[in-house]
Ligand binder design. Structure first.
Ligand SMILES: NC(=O)c1ccc[n+]([C@@H]2O[C@H](COP(=O)([O-])OP(=O)(O)OC[C@H]3O[C@@H](n4cnc5c(N)ncnc54)[C@H](O)[C@@H]3O)[C@@H](O)[C@H]2O)c1
Length: 352
């Protein structure tokens, strides 16, 4: 692993003016949340799609709009950029963003290849700007509390985790080559959906070093016919870490039964189920919920509220960016290894 980034914060403790690139679901959620986070405002959005751009600007009262993201980057009033585009087009955008001197928040899946994370990181270091990658669940206050309690030993050493995520979606996009449909573009059930919970489990375990991955996949629904083959509708995988620890992941984007969401961590002295800590003692399960601290601020229930607020704090130098480049790099290696294993039908070593 390479060392951390030594950031220079050029905009300390100031209201952060954001530009959002991409006005799809993620971009619109980001605009809505950022306009409610007390220390951020969205000054501009960019999207090649005029209808989406106009809809976003009108719905969320954004002052400036650009077709080309490079025009947004050239806007000197913008301090920081939120990249809500897909990973195929995003790496050059992140590089351009740092070259334009903007702090940058990068959506997940963080990149198509781990090497791209390092390329982006080098530009962030050169520019002396803050680089943060998205995984909004890490910023939820109940998960922060949960992780703190796990670090303090609430369930002992965690030896295994299980995550299962179902997200039934209509794959009706008119372009059959759309990034969600081709294997290896990080758009299938694993990277697009279950990566949130996989990251959460890994983070709750203290981000141990991954050593190997083993996976199998099925694509009964995806219609993509190109050389890469179809993206996974189902993936089952196992990742092995330092100290013999493991995470089992199951991801589905179409199932005819509700397989439910599973987020479980297993330690010698207890376990986590969702956000509840549980112990089996004298024939009984004793369970307590880790509850979110009360926050009455408008928008604090939105998916991206805390993530954007924490990004603004990182830019102000109050906290370190989370997800940082090292975590994004190792996590992308993990995803790549799971994909490679399912393609080759064998266990794949992970070198970080
Ligand atoms: N954190 C989450 O919970 C979450 C949820 C959904 C999506 N995402 C991620 O966010 C990203 C975007 O997802 P989405 O569902 O909004 O995708 P989308 O494809 O619906 O939207 C992306 C938008 O970017 C625009 N765009 C693409 N290239 C551009 C360019 N060169 N210049 C300007 N605009 C450009 C497209 O026109 C489109 O409107 C994906 O990586 C996805 O995985 C994250």
């Amino acid at each position: 692993m390479e060392g951390g980034v030594n950031y220079t914060r050029s905009t300390p403790r100031r209201h952060l003016r954001l530009g959002v690139v991409g006005c799809g679901w993620a971009g619109q959620q980001a605009v809505q949340a950022a306009n409610l986070v007390p220390r951020t405002t969205v000054l501009a959005v960019a999207d090649m799609d005029e209808e989406r751009r106009t809809h976003t600007v009108e719905t969320h009262k954004v002052e400036r709009t650009y077709r080309d993201y490079r025009e947004l980057l050239a806007d000197g009033d913008i301090d920081a950029v939120y990249l809500a585009t897909n990973p195929q087009v995003r790496t050059p955008m992140a590089i351009d963003s740092f070259r334009a001197g903007k702090h940058t928040l990068v959506q997940k899946p963080h990149a198509l290849r781990a090497a791209d994370i390092r390329r982006i990181e080098r530009e962030a270091v050169k520019a002396g700007r803050v680089l943060q990658f998205c995984f909004f669940m890490r910023h939820f206050r109940n998960y922060r509390k949960l992780r703190q309690q796990l670090v303090e030993g609430a369930i002992g050493q965690i030896y295994h985790a299980r995550v299962c995520v179902q997200h039934n979606e209509d794959m009706t996009h008119s372009d059959r080559d759309y990034w969600l449909y081709a294997y290896g573009r990080m758009g299938g059930a694993l990277a697009q959906h279950a990566s949130h919970e996989l990251d959460l489990a890994w983070w709750c375990m203290g981000c141990p070093r991954p050593l190997w991955a083993f996976a199998a996949r099925h694509s009964p629904y995806c219609k993509y016919g190109g050389a890469e083959g179809p993206a996974e509708d189902w993936l089952s995988g196992l990742v092995g870490f330092d100290g013999g620890r493991t995470i089992q992941v199951e991801a589905t984007r179409m199932s005819h039964v509700n397989v439910g969401r599973v987020f479980q961590l297993f330690g010698k002295d207890g376990a986590v189920n969702g956000t509840a800590i549980s112990r089996f003692h004298r024939g009984e399960y004793k369970t307590r919920e880790v509850v979110k601290p009360v926050d009455r601020r408008r928008g604090s229930d939105l998916f991206f509220f805390y993530e954007i607020e924490d990004f603004a704090k990182a830019v102000a130098g109050e906290i370190e960016p989370d997800v940082n480049a090292d975590d994004a790099y190792v996590f992308t290696k993990m995803l790549q290894a799971l994909y490679a294993s399912a393609r080759r039908n064998r266990r794949v070593a992970i070198q970080v």
